[in-house]
Design a protein around this ligand. Sequence first.
Ligand SMILES: C[S@@+](CC[C@H](N)C(=O)[O-])C[C@H]1O[C@@H](n2cnc3c(N)ncnc32)[C@H](O)[C@@H]1O
Length: 243
Amino acid sequence: MTDNDALEKKTPGACPGEHHPRVRSFVIRAGRMTAAQQRALQELSPRYALDVSAGQKLDLQAAFGRIAPLVVEIGFGMGKSFVQMAAADPDRNYLGIEVHPPGVGACMMLIDEQGLSNVRVVRHDAFEVLTQSLGPDSIDVLQIFFPDPWPKARHHKRRLINPQFVDLIRPLIRQGGQVRLATDWQEYAEEMLAIFNAAPGFINTAPDGGFVPRPEWRPLTKFEARGERLGHGVWDLVFRRED
Ligand SMILES: C[S@@+](CC[C@H](N)C(=O)[O-])C[C@H]1O[C@@H](n2cnc3c(N)ncnc32)[C@H](O)[C@@H]1O
């Protein structure tokens, strides 16, 4: 039995209370949290974490103290590459969504150390944040780097990117905005490509309708570095929102 199998048994995947149970794209790992990450969750959340528990639309102007184009990253992991991108792009607001508590703590430590005012985090299931907390045309760029590949066929239903997800994000991204994706799992890369190429309202920015060369704006992520050590390839995709 793999770790994921064991966790799946302990943590049912279906979302409780939903009329049509949706299978979650994550399992919360009982991983160790450092004392510093724990402290960050307690002390820095009031400053950098947004509360979406009420299920209402986020007031982004109040949250960031300004109106600016919004980059949303789903699943930032420990947050290093996400914060690096935000630091290099001060004219945009960056909203990171992650369910892994040590990662959220680690990310807020980085935001605080670097004194960044354009980054906020949400510790919640991105599917629910997109459904309930963000309004139409609110997103300039939506990025998902190295989503959990769920390689076994019986786990494919857990993959975050599927046609329903594309229908969910379409109205949230402004005309001319972008979806940026990367994965080190070839079969998932091909699936993402087929889904977005077939989806109304998204144009593949690759001239040949395939993958794009590694973008210079995307820093190496932690998960990507691990894949590199294992000899994995990497596939990048960039789509433009356009009706
Ligand atoms: C394979 S890791 C990649 C992390 C990071 N992007 C990187 O490349 O190092 C995928 C991350 O997505 C997060 N995740 C998966 N589904 C999510 C969801 N529905 N909402 C928020 N985070 C999610 C997981 O907790 C995990 O940290």
